[in-house]
Ligand binder design. Structure first.
Ligand SMILES: [Zn+2]
Length: 257
């Protein structure tokens, strides 16, 4: 009798642990699609109060594409087109963002000087497969970081391909800070950005942007494996009207490089 009760309790315990682990599988939560953003769907209906519920880490932008968003350790920042960063307010809204609750699955120290391309190759070699999504965080010291931020737009909106032609670039030298972003598989095209998409915030949390180049001298790479995807589509008229039937691979490459 006692043994039976013991094995029942043990079974219950294992089921609880199993359910917890099941929930702990990394999930990418994103709002809207990259192809909608590219063609000028710059106003979403999701507030940052809502987005925060789905993650403590991620990247994205703001309504009117008013700058670049970076989040880590539960703190969200907006980097406007002057390159300056400030905390995000809950009532602000996003037309496109990807977040996750970050939990490190793979950690790699970096002790040699690497460019952005070399950093991405190093991460690629550490990944178990190119077929899953990954959240990537790099904390370190940088010899240089080239970042940009999109300037706020007024309707009627131009496509992102047009907007990025005039976007400001910022070069920082000898900075410490955090890179945050994702590596999406090739099959993510149309929905998110295939390959790497990283944003930067300096240690002082007052400057950063969308990363287009860097030299890392030392630091730590942390990777979270994501095998659950939750896509929340805006209920806005502009999303409903968007033409999502065209292959925009070339435009996404031009905009995100
Ligand atoms: Zn970006």
């Amino acid at each position: 009798m006692r043994n039976r009760r013991l094995s029942y309790l043990l079974g219950l315990l294992l089921a609880t642990v199993g359910a917890f682990w099941g929930q702990a599988r990394g999930e990418l939560f994103q709002t809207s699609t990259i192809d909608a953003l590219i063609q000028g769907v710059y106003d979403g209906d999701m507030t940052f109060a809502e987005l925060r519920k789905h993650g403590d880490f991620g990247i994205g932008t703001f309504n009117g594409i008013d700058g670049e968003m970076i989040a880590f350790d539960g703190r969200y920042y907006q980097i406007t087109s002057d390159g300056k960063a400030r905390p995000v307010r809950d009532e602000m809204r996003t037309p496109f963002a990807s977040v996750t609750t970050f939990s490190t699955d793979i950690a790699i120290p970096v002790a040699v000087r690497v460019t952005l391309e070399e950093l991405e190759q190093r991460i690629d070699r550490a990944l178990p497969s190119p077929n899953w999504y990954y959240a990537v965080r790099v904390t370190g010291r940088f010899e240089s970081v080239r970042a940009r931020s999109v300037p706020r737009q007024q309707p009627p909106y131009r496509s992102l391909t047009e907007v990025v032609k005039t976007q400001p670039m910022f070069d920082s030298r000898d900075v410490e800070g955090v890179l945050a972003g994702f590596r999406c598989p090739e099959f993510a095209k149309g929905v998110n950005v295939p390959g790497y998409h990283l944003h930067f915030l300096n240690r002082e949390a007052n400057a950063g942007g969308h990363v287009s180049g860097l030299v890392l001298t030392s630091g730590k790479i942390e990777i979270a494996i994501l095998r659950e995807i939750h896509i929340s589509l805006p209920s806005t008229a502009s999303f409903g009207r968007a033409n999502l039937t065209v292959d925009r691979t070339g435009e996404v490459k031009a905009v995100e490089k």
